[in-house]
Ligand binder design. Structure first.
Ligand code: VGL
Ligand code: ZN
Length: 197
């Protein structure tokens, strides 16, 4: 069975200087590049929002990091970030993108955010990644990237619930850590059977 490295959202907007910068987000790039050599498959995800996306505070006349009630549940309202085709949406320039077998984009639906690489935030609309992994015989995943407490967490929990064998390599992740989100995410991942190492 193939063991894949799933690299979550290592994009300019999540690195220092970006619109939704995660502290130390760029520090993990060399380690992720090195780790790619240890896996038979490498998959990258890319947060990919249309302008005016419903997860943006600016779309609601609200303050960034405030909460909104969406049809699918509560949603953090973010600064505008990872707009399709923008420099902020590009991968960090030092990330070894050429090594990727597959790049999956998410968050393109204007009405629904998508933290997870597997399902949009309504928890039902699939991205197609599950089918890709299963048809390639990939049953074991190691996740790295940004941000630990949002897209890495949601992706890891969904993968575990789908029956994949999931490890999150925390030294190759960085967190937003907003309102206790990192502690909550850590508990969610552990409860879902994700191995944190
Ligand atoms: C992310 C917030 C909004 C992430 C993406 O990659 O963790 N967080 N969009
Ligand atoms: Zn986003």
């Amino acid at each position: 069975m193939t063991h894949a490295l799933l690299v979550i959202d290592v994009q300019n907007d999540f690195c220092p200087g970006g619109a939704l910068a995660v502290a130390g987000g760029d520090d993990i790039v060399p380690g992720i590049n090195a780790a790619m050599n240890d896996y038979a498959a490498v998959i990258l995800t890319q947060d990919w929002h249309p302008a005016g996306h419903s997860s943006f505070a600016s779309s609601h006349g609200a303050d960034p990091m405030s909460m909104a009630e969406m049809p699918y549940g509560p949603q953090v309202l973010w600064p505008d970030h990872c707009i399709q085709g923008s420099v902020g949406a590009q991968f960090h320039p030092n990330l070894t993108v050429d090594r990727a077998d597959m790049i999956i984009r998410k968050g393109y639906n204007p009405a629904i955010d998508s933290y997870s690489a597997f399902f949009e935030n309504d928890k039902t609309t699939p991205t197609g990644l599950e089918g890709y992994l299963r048809t390639r015989g990939i049953a074991t995943l190691t996740l790295v990237g940004l941000a630990t407490d949002f897209c890495v967490n949601y992706s890891a929990v969904d993968a575990a619930r789908l029956g994949f064998d999931v490890t999150v390599q925390t030294d190759l992740c960085r967190a937003i850590d907003f309102n206790g989100s990192l502690a909550a995410a850590t508990k969610e991942m552990m409860d879902a059977g994700v191995v944190l190492k």
